[in-house]
Design a protein. Structure first.
Length: 312
């Protein structure tokens, strides 16, 4: 397999051990707001875009949807190293970009301007940059491009589509909210619901109560997050995780709880919404990122200013 066209190692930050770290790849449009530049690229082509980026390379890009999430994982790393200076179980962030290295200088300068701990910048000229995710040991991929996300999921990498929005940076600790079915868990119950309606899904869940659900696309990422969280007491943990699911607690909550217990995945708080909108509870939690497979839930989260990522 060919290496990315150009990988720039950021010598200003501590390089992590990729075999131990939780490696997260973000695209430039996920971490920064490049919507105007992207429009220029689509309307006037690559050369004009490159000229624009080079002319503005010392002008920091505004933060994008995943920016606060990256800042929060940096805070977790700081707390982990304070607790154990030899800690290897850290977050490792790399930027994956379809920019050329020349137009990517602005991206590198922007991360330095904000003091972001990015270990590597991979500038890839191939149409499908996701072929390099596995070679970097990536456990989660965040992109603003739907094709990229679908390709990554097909390659067996946890991935989600980030929608550009204005995000107020929430305070620490890192707060991550997961939906249940088709995100943490497999979509088996969703399929029963589509075919047989709510009553059929409830009956299926009752019959399968003792059988753990299958793995969803974000299980691997959630498990690694849980492993990091267990290094701290609940009061002192720099990570908080939440389950916010459309399931009802009375009829369909038991199997979800038993599955998490079987996996050994401790979730700080679980909300069984019974089909009610998730926006109000998300507004209260103020997560750095919310993962859901339902676009209506993503829209509801965006309406209350919560950074959201869709798992297609």
């Amino acid at each position: 397999m060919a290496e990315p066209e150009s990988t720039v190692i950021n010598t200003n930050v501590q390089q992590k051990d990729p075999t131990k770290a939780l490696v997260i790849a973000v695209t430039t449009r996920a971490i920064f707001n490049l919507e105007q530049e992207h429009k220029l690229y689509l309307e006037r082509g690559k050369e004009e875009y490159t000229r624009h980026q080079q002319a503005n390379e010392h002008k920091p890009l505004p933060p994008g949807t995943a920016f606060a999430f990256v800042q929060a994982v940096q805070y977790v790393n700081k707390k982990m190293l304070e607790s154990n200076p030899a800690e290897k179980d850290l977050f490792d962030i790399l930027v994956l970009s379809n920019n050329s290295p020349e137009s990517g200088v602005r991206v590198i300068n922007s991360t330095k301007h904000y003091g972001l701990e990015i270990s590597k910048f991979c500038f890839v000229s191939d149409e499908d940059s996701t072929q390099y995710l596995k070679s970097h040991g990536v456990k989660l991929f965040l992109s603003a491009d739907r094709t990229d996300v679908c390709n990554a999921l097909q390659r067996g990498v946890s991935a989600a589509l980030v929608f550009q929005q204005e995000v107020e940076a929430p305070s620490t600790p890192l707060r991550v909210v997961f939906d249940g079915d088709a995100v943490l868990f497999s979509n088996e119950t969703d399929q029963i619901f589509q075919e047989q309606g709510l009553e059929g899904a409830v009956q299926y869940e009752r019959a399968m109560e003792a059988v753990p659900m299958g793995e969803g696309p974000l299980k691997t990422f959630a498990m690694h997050l849980g492993k990091m969280r267990r290094k701290f007491s609940q009061e002192k943990s720099p990570i908080r995780t939440y389950l916010v699911t459309a399931r009802s607690g009375r009829d369909m909550g038991i199997r979800a709880i038993k599955t998490l217990r079987e996996w050994g995945l401790a979730i700080d708080e679980a909300f069984f919404m019974d089909g009610a909108p998730k926006g109000p509870i998300l507004a209260q939690i103020q997560p750095h990122i919310f993962f859901d497979d339902g676009l209506h839930n993503i829209q509801g989260a965006q309406n209350v200013g919560v950074p959201s990522a869709w798992v297609p």
